[in-house]
Design a protein around this ligand. Structure first.
Ligand code: OAD
Length: 242
């Protein structure tokens, strides 16, 4: 396919590459996407559970959902698309930035290092009383768990609907988007802001933007190349092409 060859050529010649990933890159690992099939838990939509209001109303319910998701993600392994981004990072070095909306930790598990986690990480918790953050990998957490430091109520250290992103992480993501010669946008429906705004920002700053998604998205018209297909099947070839 011509667009695959063109994407590979552009990527190979670029010094500074920023990548934005969404739930679609983890779909082939078995993590359900938010807006696709399997994204519902006990008939709740993520928008009904991933909010500070839902947590204030019923922390046990929200934790039962997170415990379900943590158990599901614990069984998932990085797929060839995650691995391809590790190779891309090796090739580009400091010119590479991986911006992810995913909280599943699969990029890190694959071996990526220059990662900006815009929406936090499901394996970290944060105490609502003393503010301490720590990694908690136990799959046997009570719903809700208590802080190991002060006994207070802990929450997942992720960004919920209606909450602000970490300003430092967001600032670095803007910088990476605006500095990029090429931006690769993989497996995101491009509806949740500010993450989605990074794509037009990169384009406006002069980046060549390549989208890889199963379906057309709100960005497909704006990008330079829009490739339809599965990330795990197509990305390794795009990254490895000589
Ligand atoms: P979505 O579930 O909205 O979108 C997943 C996208 O991946 C869709 O556009 C699919 O077409 C595409 N897709 C699915 N399988 C794919 C595959 N194998 N290869 C390539 N593309 C594939 O997930 P996000 O865009 O990540 O926010 O959602 C953005 C944010 O909304 C999430 O980070 C989360 C969510 O609610 C928070 O939790 C704050």
């Amino acid at each position: 396919m011509e667009s695959l060859r063109e994407a590979a050529r552009v990527l190979r010649n670029a010094g500074r590459v920023s990548v934005l990933t969404g739930a679609g890159i983890s779909a082939e690992s078995g993590v359900p996407t938010f807006r696709g099939p399997g994204g519902l838990w006990e008939n709740y939509r993520p928008e009904e559970l991933a909010t500070p209001e839902a947590f204030a109303r019923d922390p046990a319910l929200v934790w039962r959902w997170y415990n379900w998701r943590r158990g599901l993600i614990a069984r998932c392994r990085p797929n060839p698309a995650h691995m391809a981004l590790v190779e891309l990072e090796k090739a580009k070095g400091e010119g590479f930035t991986l911006i992810t909306q995913n909280v599943d930790g699969l990029h890190e598990a694959a071996g990526s290092r220059r990662i900006l986690e815009l929406h936090g990480n499901i394996w970290r918790v944060r105490c609502t009383a003393c503010g301490v953050r720590y990694t908690e990998r136990s799959l046997e957490l009570p719903a809700p768990p208590s802080c190991r430091e002060c006994g207070g109520l802990v929450r997942p250290d992720v960004v919920w609907f209606g909450e602000a992103l970490d300003p430092q992480v967001l600032a670095k993501a803007w910088e990476a988007a605006q500095d990029a010669e090429v931006m690769l946008v993989i497996g995101t429906s491009a509806v949740v802001h500010p993450a989605a705004s990074l794509v037009p920002a990169a384009k406006a700053a002069g980046a060549f933007v390549i989208e890889l998604n199963l379906e057309p998205t709100a960005h497909s018209e704006l990008v330079d190349i829009s490739i339809r297909g599965k990330a795990g099947e197509l990305l390794p070839g795009i990254v490895a092409a000589k």
